[in-house]
Design a protein. Structure first.
Length: 169
């Protein structure tokens, strides 16, 4: 693990342990608004257009966000409720043929995330923290660390959607 990844892993571990579940939820929820802003400000007529051959269009970034958001949420709930190690989550961008407009992707992402937040509102915060599962870059994380990771993931892909918009402008 290089120095930058170690720094981010340290942030995930220390902040996830320090903050309460409501504080973690609010951090993630607040930064999710940057995804919303990036999606809603994107020119809908160019949503499926690639800036250059081989690069991602905004639709593919949103599809990845929706897929990974649901996979992480499902894994978090599995760890909390069952105390078992969830399956591996692949954080890989893949081309997709699934097409939805910006508003539809945002509704899906927001609904899945709010469902997770509602479930987390009922936990103490110390459920099965010994259960960890591998993140491809940051190593084994527990559910609180995975929750905080979604914040980093959201911000990264919000910037990616903004960069696609700029490249198409």
């Amino acid at each position: 693990m290089d120095e930058e990844f170690a720094r981010i892993r340290g942030y995930l571990q220390t902040q996830a342990a320090k903050l309460s579940v409501p504080e973690l939820i609010e951090k993630v929820r607040a930064d999710l608004q940057q995804v919303r802003g990036a999606i809603e400000s994107f020119p809908a007529s160019r949503w499926n257009e690639r800036p250059r051959d081989g690069e991602w269009c905004a639709n593919e970034v949103a599809a990845h966000l929706a897929d990974s958001s649901l996979a992480v949420a499902t894994s978090i709930v599995t760890a909390i409720e069952q105390g078992t190690k969830p399956g591996r989550i692949s954080d890989v961008m893949a081309h997709t043929n699934e097409r939805q407009g910006p508003a539809e992707w945002w509704k899906q992402i927001e609904a899945d995330r709010e469902a997770l937040f509602s479930r987390l509102a009922t936990v103490r915060g110390d459920e099965h923290l010994e259960v960890t599962w591998e993140h491809p870059m940051f190593g084994d994380l527990n559910w609180r660390e995975w929750l905080l990771f979604t914040r980093i993931h959201d911000l990264d892909h919000a910037r990616q959607i903004q960069a696609v918009a700029q490249a198409l402008a």
